[in-house]
Design a protein around this ligand. Structure first.
Ligand code: ADP
Ligand code: MG
Length: 557
């Protein structure tokens, strides 16, 4: 037997769990069942695609199922599966460390108040460690598919864990919880059934519960206890049913069991395609943007299935990066079961599913923007920025994305669309204008806007740090030119006539400025773009602006 310490981050996480997650301790069951489901998914995939594993079916690998066992007297619950299992090394690395750096960063950034917010933590999926909310001792007995040896991992969730050899008849994992005071309430079969139905009803594998059932006998006025095993969940691939059979509750439930989110999703789109390609997609948009949205190791949220068999859930090929906040399922009838990551990258079937999915998501959002502006505003509050990233990378959908994105403006409070700004254009206005390169207050007070104000022309305020890079690549909205107010060409539009005498009289001043500033400037021009300020610095149309030059310098360009 060897005693090992938890990685520091695990200890921190355990502290957090014990001290702040008590508002929803019942999620321990959802987390452990979802781990079992993942383990069953992984093994099923192998037995379908790998002959070595195929040969073990019935001989070390049992049919997929999840079994819960309740022992009220001993106050224990076990969660067992016939999945892929873990060997000694797996137990150490999977149940003793936190691999994802996103979780580590997240933990270190949490402030005191946030630590109490179970919602935040729930989003990151505390996973296995949530068992310690309800148990003061956890034993994990596991045997990896293909191995004959089994191992037992034991911990009190405080300092570390021990590992020793164990026995297990076939591949899979059993998690044995010794319930603590807080957990005692779950030593109750009704409660367990209720929680399973709430969070795990649509887990694709059957979940059985074994417990002591009291059956009343009215005549003898007594109740007899008998040990029974009953299936608790529906165990169907819900997304394969037709929309008309499904209720909003079904969709919300599946969303929660897929993502572990507490909140209802903002939106969902369920589509079945039949024709040259057959597939089903069910996409969800979370009400709140995922916390790792702007981290490079963000977790993807779309699972790929082939004919209802889970294939993978961490592929970045399923949707473009800017839609990384979308959660859900793609289930294809046409892909091979043994499709690998590498194949996915150049697979034509997946490429068409992906293209159609993006179109579908964007067009649904577009119709929402008119049918339910309030909900659309909620969407924009969370996801305007990732859509802008799409503008930069997704040429095929640029027009739609331009319609979807919302802007601050000199003419409206709140946000506006390009279509609305277009409708407000002045009769003599030639282009739509925007200004970038600073925070909102700075931009709104820029002397560059004076002439626009004077002429009653709207200017869009683009104050996101990616705006300048994104919009420098976009020069049209439909037929209309989009121009940056801080660049030369925009001022050409606003030039008024009858300036020659003025120009003549200013010549000596310009000469003097040129002599003084020398090479520090490229050119000094008489401008009509200012109304009140005496002078302003602008960039050439084909030259990066001052801010972009700074950004490029910072990037070593
Ligand atoms: P996550 O599920 O997000 O990876 P968890 O904390 O829930 O995080 O689980 C950590 C890891 O432990 C899993 O990724 C998996 O490798 C392993 N694991 C947990 N439970 C099981 C199980 N029942 N069967 C096989 N592996 C498991
Ligand atoms: Mg998990």
């Amino acid at each position: 037997m060897s005693k090992q310490q938890f990685q520091t981050e695990v200890s921190q996480l355990l502290q957090l769990i014990v001290h702040s997650l008590y508002s929803h301790p019942e999620i321990f069951l959802r987390e452990l069942i979802s781990n079992s489901s993942d383990a069953l998914d992984k093994l099923r995939h192998l037995t379908l695609t790998d002959d070595a594993y195929k040969a073990l079916v019935g001989n070390g690998i049992e049919p997929p199922r999840i079994e819960l066992e309740l022992n009220e007297d001993a106050r224990t619950i076990t969660i067992s599966d016939t999945g892929i299992g873990m060997n000694e090394e797996d137990l150490v690395s999977h149940l003793g460390t936190i691999a994802r750096s996103g979780t580590r960063t997240f933990l270190s950034q949490l402030s005191g108040d946030q630590r109490k917010d179970s919602n935040l933590i729930g989003q990151f999926g505390v996973g296995f460690y949530s068992a310690f909310m309800v148990a003061d001792k956890v034993e994990v007995i596991s045997r990896k598919a293909g191995d004959d040896k089994a191992w037992k991992w034991i911990s009190d969730g405080k300092t570390g864990f021990e590992i020793e050899p164990a026995e297990r008849a076939s591949a899979g994992t059993t998690v044995l919880l010794h319930l603590n005071e807080e957990g005692a309430q779950y030593a109750n079969s009704y409660r367990l059934q209720e929680i399973v139905r709430k969070y795990s009803n649509h887990i694709a594998f059957p979940i059985f519960l074994t417990y002591d059932k009291s059956e009343g006998n009215a005549e003898k006025k007594e109740s007899i206890k008998s040990r029974v095993t009953e299936q608790v969940n529906a165990a169907s691939a819900m997304w394969q049913r037709s929309k008309s059979e499904l209720t909003d509750e079904d969709y919300k439930e599946l969303y929660k069991s897929l993502t572990g989110d507490w909140e209802d999703p903002l939106l969902w789109f369920h589509t079945r395609a039949e024709g040259t390609l057959e597939y089903t997609t069910l996409f969800y948009i979370p009400a709140k943007a995922p916390l790792d949205l702007y981290q490079t190791d963000y977790k993807t949220g779309v699972k790929l299935y082939v004919k209802r068999v889970f294939i993978m859930d961490d592929s970045r090929e399923l949707l473009p990066q800017y839609l990384r906040f979308v959660r859900g399922i793609i289930d294809s009838e046409d892909l091979p079961l043994n499709v690998s990551r590498e194949i996915l990258q150049q697979n034509k079937v997946l490429a068409s599913i992906k293209a159609a999915s993006v179109k579908k998501i964007l067009s649904e959002l577009k119709s929402l923007s008119t049918s339910n502006p309030e909900k659309y505003a909620q969407f924009i509050a969370e996801y305007n920025r990732p859509l802008k990233e799409g503008l930069y990378g997704d040429f095929a959908n640029r027009e739609t994305l331009l319609e979807l994105i919302r802007f601050k403006s000199t003419k409206v409070d709140g946000l506006t669309s390009l279509a609305e700004a277009k409708a407000r254009m002045q009769p003599e206005q030639k282009s739509l204008y925007y200004i970038t390169g600073g925070n909102e207050a700075l931009l709104r007070n820029s002397p560059l806007l004076e002439i626009y104000k004077k002429k009653n022309i709207e200017v869009l305020i683009l104050d996101d740090d990616i705006d300048e890079i994104v919009f420098s690549a976009i020069d049209k909205y439909g037929e209309i030119d989009l121009k940056a107010a801080n660049k030369g060409a925009a001022s050409e539009d606003l030039k008024s006539e009858a300036e020659p005498e003025k120009a003549e009289s200013l010549k000596p001043l310009i000469e003097k400025l040129k002599a003084t500033l020398g090479d520090a400037v490229k050119e000094i021009r008489i401008s009509t773009r200012l109304a009140d300020s005496p002078s302003v610095i602008v960039s050439d149309e084909d030259e990066p602006s001052a801010r972009m030059r700074q950004m490029m310098q910072a990037m070593g360009q």
